[in-house]
Write a protein that binds this ligand. Structure first.
Ligand code: NOJ
Length: 548
């Protein structure tokens, strides 16, 4: 098999990830739906952005009532997206370009069309009955909250076939698997091995906190759930090297921390609480929300890494903020009520920031410089828009905009046949926002993002360095250092829309000269006195502190 770039088992600490859905990326056969041959043909775009690892949304057979997170067969490819052979070709082509690939492992639940559930509900004696969670009443596990508040009334649904209730933390068509049953754990391990043997580089593990239920608890983050993950990690370590497990646990920092275990559960975990606080800090022109949550974030073991993101395929979740902050976020970022979904906002990065290039650059620079590995959501590198007229989270899952031609170059199908309509409004529509146009414009967001990732890759400090926050009196200025071995980088950001000055206490760093990492320009030498910086609206700088 062709080799990927680095054989360091800790590769994920330096990696930049790119999240995409096959369905919405590129259609090769003109049926209006993106597919694996199409995706394979776009790998040069992904590689040229400086991406190290692609995270694929679920590509399994599925009734597609939840973007494919409702799986009906774990060891195959949805026929709409191609065949297993097409998947293998994609994987080889990605590896040949030095790109790794992680896929989704949706282990909490299946589709109600999965043969296991079809068999389980057939009769109370069927072999798969106990693979799911059943009850004669709907009053067990009362302390578990409902996650999809806008659509679900209960975590129990009545099954008229076997005349009992089944348990589900998400949609009622997604029955939860029963992890107390050893056969379920065996089967999920077989699924993992199936894909690992094909060469995938790891999994983004969906909905981790909800694997096990116990009465009298919230049914979240239980020790039994950790035990399941420790078992899967031990098997992974026994048979494979260089693979990564990335946890989706939308929890407070201390609860997410528990999923790293003692380096015996997840390698990576998405840091959910940071994300909304980046948007809060920006709109309030005050770094406090961000610094508070980072202060509350426990340190993590040496081999582990946070995964950072600004936007993803779901609503911008506001579960991990206070009620007052959630209302503020809705008032500021979701003035159109259609933009709200569950406890979140179903919009993309560029429109959230009013299409303001300076704010987009500032937020992307934070994604790339705060401690962790960044994940870019497809299309955000060109500033794609959203469409809140589409239902659920389809608002942020529209086809990738490649050109200003027919169907944005995404597909040759009749426009009515596209899996989702293209964004076509005046500001973000594909005639204005597309890869080809930005390719040719040296000042485009696409080329700027490439440069940013390139600079990030010029040093291991961002992926691996220690972080120290400075606390200048001016709270609109966010400043921190990243340090690894003898290298220190100073990051300064102006969160405000007006010019700001701050005095930074950098005396302990001696008389180094800060040198701009983008323009090579030298700033005045540090002295024992507070170091004065003035930044324009939303301006940021990455400065290498050099001993000259
Ligand atoms: C989390 C996924 O990100 C989301 O898209 C999905 O709807 C739920 N898990 C349920 O599978």
């Amino acid at each position: 098999m062709p080799m990927v770039r680095s054989d360091d088992p800790l590769w994920y600490k330096d990696a930049v990830f790119y999240q995409l859905h096959v369905k919405s990326f590129c259609d090769s056969n003109g049926d209006g739906i993106g597919d694996f041959p199409g995706l394979t043909s776009t790998l040069d775009h992904i590689a040229s952005l400086g991406i190290d690892c692609v995270w694929l949304q679920p590509m399994y057979p599925s009734p597609l009532k939840d973007g494919g997170y409702d799986i009906s067969d774990y060891t195959s490819i949805h026929p709409r997206y191609g065949t297993l052979r097409d998947f293998d070709c994609f994987l080889d082509a990605a590896h040949a370009r030095g790109l790794r690939v992680i896929i989704e492992l949706v282990l909490n639940h299946t589709s109600d069309e999965h043969p296991w559930f079809v068999d389980a509900r057939r009769s109370r004696d069927s072999p798969h009955r106990d693979w799911y969670v059943w009850s004669d009443t709907d009053d067990k596990y009362r302390d578990a909250r409902i996650i999809f508040l806008d659509t679900e009334r209960s975590n129990w649904t009545w099954d008229p076939i076997s005349r009992a209730y089944y348990w589900h933390r998400f949609f009622s068509h997604q029955p939860d698997l029963n992890y107390d049953h050893p056969a379920v754990r065996e089967e999920i391990w077989k699924v993992m091995a199936f894909w690992l043997d094909r060469g995938v580089d790891g999994f983004r593990v969906d909905a981790v906190p909800y694997l096990v239920e116990r009465d009298g608890t919230s049914c979240e983050n239980l020790p039994e759930t950790h035990a399941v993950m420790k078992d899967l990690r031990a098997r992974l370590d026994a048979h494979y090297t260089g693979k990564v497990l990335l946890a989706e646990a939308n929890m407070w920092p201390e609860d997410i921390r528990s999923y790293f275990g003692d380096e015996d559960e997840f390698h990576m975990a998405l840091h959910f609480p940071i994300m909304p606080r980046l948007f809060l800090a920006l709109r309030r022109e005050d770094r406090t929300p961000l610094l508070d949550i980072l202060a509350r974030t426990p340190s993590i073991p040496a081999s582990c890494q946070w995964a950072l993101f600004l936007r993803n395929h779901d609503e911008l979740t506001l579960e991990m903020v206070t009620d007052a902050d959630r209302q503020y976020m809705w008032d500021e970022y979701a003035t159109d009520p259609r933009a709200r979904l569950n406890l979140g906002i179903r919009r993309r990065l560029a429109p959230l920031l009013n299409g303001d290039r300076r704010q987009i650059e500032l937020m992307t620079s934070l994604l790339m410089s705060l401690p962790g590995s960044p994940i870019v959501y497809y299309g955000d590198e060109i500033g794609m828009g959203d469409n809140v007229a589409l239902d659920d989270r389809n608002s942020v899952r529209t086809p990738m905009q490649w050109t200003d031609g027919l169907n944005a170059g995404f597909s040759s199908a009749d426009p009515e046949r596209l899996c989702l309509p293209l964004v076509s409004d005046a500001q973000y529509g594909y005639t204005a926002v597309n890869v080809t146009a930005q390719q040719h414009d040296p000042a485009s967001l696409l080329n700027w993002t490439r440069r940013l990732i390139d600079v990030r890759h010029s040093t291991p400090v961002f992926g691996r360095g220690a972080t120290t926050f400075l606390t200048p009196g001016n709270h609109a200025v966010l400043a921190f250092t990243r340090t690894l071995d003898q290298q220190t980088i100073l990051v300064v950001c102006n969160l405000a829309g007006t010019a700001q000055t701050a005095a930074l206490e950098l005396g302990h760093l001696g008389d180094a000269v800060p040198v701009g990492m983008f323009d090579g320009r030298s700033w005045p030498r540090l002295t024992p006195d507070p170091y004065l910086v003035t930044l324009g609206p939303y301006e940021f700088a990455w400065l290498h502190l050099k001993r000259l």
